[in-house]
Structure formats: C-alpha cells, structure tokens
Write a new protein. Structure first.
Ligand code: SF4
Length: 307
C-alpha cells in the first residue's frame, strides 16, 4: 500500500520502505517518517540579519538549526553538502532539548534554516510548540514549496519567514528542477495570514536579467510584499564553473528591484529608509517608528511602543 506525503507541493506517493522525491521521508510501518529526525545537520548562533531578516527583532541573535533534505534540487545550491547529501549525523536532539538550550542561553528566536524545513516540518512544528511556552519566536527560512495542507499546519505556529523567490517559471523548471507556482501561492498565503515575511532573490550573472527582476518585482508587489533582499551567488555544486556575483551586477539588480515600488530593498545596505519621508534609520536602534515623520515601519521591533 502506498502513502501520500503532504509536506510539499509534490505530494509523493510512497511505497512501504521507500522514500519520496526528497529522499528525506520514508514510509515504514504504515506511517511516513523523517529519515534523520532529530539528527541535526547544523546548529549555530547567528545574527538574525544573516537569515536574512532585517525587519524582525533586528540586532538580536537567533539559534539556527537544520536537518538534511530539500524539496528542490537547485544547480547552484549554496548548502548542498547538508541539504542534498546524506550523512550519518551523530547525536540526537529532541525538540524539548533544542528549546531548553535556546531558553537557557537567552535566544529571542529559533530559526529553521540552511536546508529546507518543509521536508522536516514535523520536527520544526514540535520545536515551535515548545518555543511558545517561553515566548521564543520562530523563524522559517524556506524555498516556499509548501503544500496547502502544510501551510494550514505551519501558519499558526511560525512567527516570521524568509522565502526565496529564485527566478521566473523557466528558472524554476530548468535550474531548480521544481515549480514557481507553489512558491507564489505560499507567499500570498503568508501575507494574507498576517505573518512577518521578507523575500530573497539570489542573483547569478548571465542568468538573472533586469527583465527577470522586473517580472519578479511585479509578482511580489502584487502580493504586497514589503521587504526584498537581493543577494550574491557564489560558485557551487553544478554551477561551480561560474563566476561569483560582482558588486556592480548586484547593485544594478537591486536598482532594478527598487522600481517595483516595494518599500524596502536590500543588497548589502545596513540602514533602512523610511518609505514615506526618506529618513535613514539604524535598524538596531529602531522602535519601528520613523523619528522624522512618525510613520510606522513594517516589521516586528523589540522596543515597539505599540506592541
Ligand atoms: S517532502 Fe515533498 S518531496 Fe519529500 S516526500 Fe514529502 S512530498 Fe515528496
């Protein structure tokens, strides 16, 4: 008898003792399990800006964790050693132990990141449930290839998201070996739900063009996204022969992104600008209110006087 995995848009039909497309979910004894449940591929102390999240508790540290697995297969994957290769990661960490470590060490948030938390969402959601007990926020850094069922489970439990919008439909098909539609649907549902969301596009010279950035900007603007990060590519995996993104190219793509009307565009800039009056504000010192014009800036701020 085959079982259906509803964790991502692929909805794999998995026979007993077989794995799904991602090779991280296996059918065994009448249920589908994570191959490496609790065996972390990475655990790290990160500035929250590294996610990148620039408008969610800026200046704080986040406890980052990852288990192996991904629902895409990008030729340029920057983390493929832990996302796509199987390792026998030693040690076993329960969701309770991760939350306990975060609480003892004063973390404001736990980030599910580096690989694709959609494929290990049961572990992520169990950890998020623990985190809620100590008011620790939860962050999902994801490729956005949710199933509708996964979003029903995840939206009430996760506080903030950084979702990749990697390229146009053809880019997803030929380079990521996936599909753009679930990503756009996911972004739309997160915005509608009212959770904090920032979007990232990694740009590759010779592939991303101004035209593509304009198209992506239109998609994000239509979905009321407020923060868009343009980040550089480093030669990796099946694209290790390509050159790293140069600063002039990165800035030209960010310049094009600004034409979308999305209020906050970042390439490497450390400051944010009030979209209403143009006042420059240091994020780490901000309470979310522009000191020049008094307008509220999109985000979740530690010193928010209205929270
Ligand atoms: S997470 Fe996605 S790719 Fe992996 S088994 Fe489930 S449906 Fe298939």
């Amino acid at each position: 008898m085959k079982m259906i995995c509803d964790f991502c848009y692929r909805h794999c039909s998995i026979a007993e003792e077989m794995t799904g497309w991602c090779r991280s979910r296996t059918a065994s004894g009448g249920i589908i399990r994570d191959v490496s449940y609790g065996h972390l591929a990475a655990i790290a102390d990160d500035p929250i800006e590294k996610k990148p999240l620039y408008h969610f508790l800026p200046g704080t540290r986040t406890l980052s964790i990852a288990m192996e697995g991904c629902s895409l297969d990008c030729d340029f994957c920057q983390n493929f050693h832990i996302a796509k290769e199987h390792h026998d990661n030693p040690g076993f960490h329960t969701p309770e132990s991760i939350e306990g470590f975060a609480a003892e060490n004063g973390y404001k948030s736990i980030s599910f990141t580096y690989t694709e938390p959609i494929v290990w969402q049961d572990y992520m959601l169990e950890t998020a449930k623990e985190a809620e007990k100590d008011s620790i926020k939860t962050i999902m850094v994801s490729n956005g290839t949710f199933s509708d069922e996964a979003l029903d489970r995840i939206l009430p439990s996760i506080d903030a998201y950084n979702i990749d919008l990697k390229g146009d439909a053809e880019f997803y098909k030929s380079i990521c070996h996936g599909s753009i539609e679930p990503v756009l649907d996911g972004i739309e549902r997160i915005v509608e739900y009212g959770s904090h969301i920032e979007v990232t596009t990694l740009v590759i010279e010779g592939i991303h063009t101004k035209k593509m950035i304009r198209e992506l900007g239109g998609m994000l603007s239509k979905r009321s996204v407020k923060v868009w990060h343009i980040t550089p590519f480093y030669p990796m995996r099946r694209m290790s022969d390509r050159k790293a993104t140069s600063m002039p190219f990165l800035l030209s793509m960010a310049e094009e992104a600004r034409k979308s009307g999305i209020p906050h565009i970042y390439a490497f800039d450390d400051e944010l600008e009030c979209p209403d009056c143009g006042n420059r504000i240091r994020r780490q010192e901000s309470d979310g209110i522009c000191q020049a014009c008094g307008n509220r800036i999109y985000g979740v701020w530690e010193k928010d006087p209205t929270a």
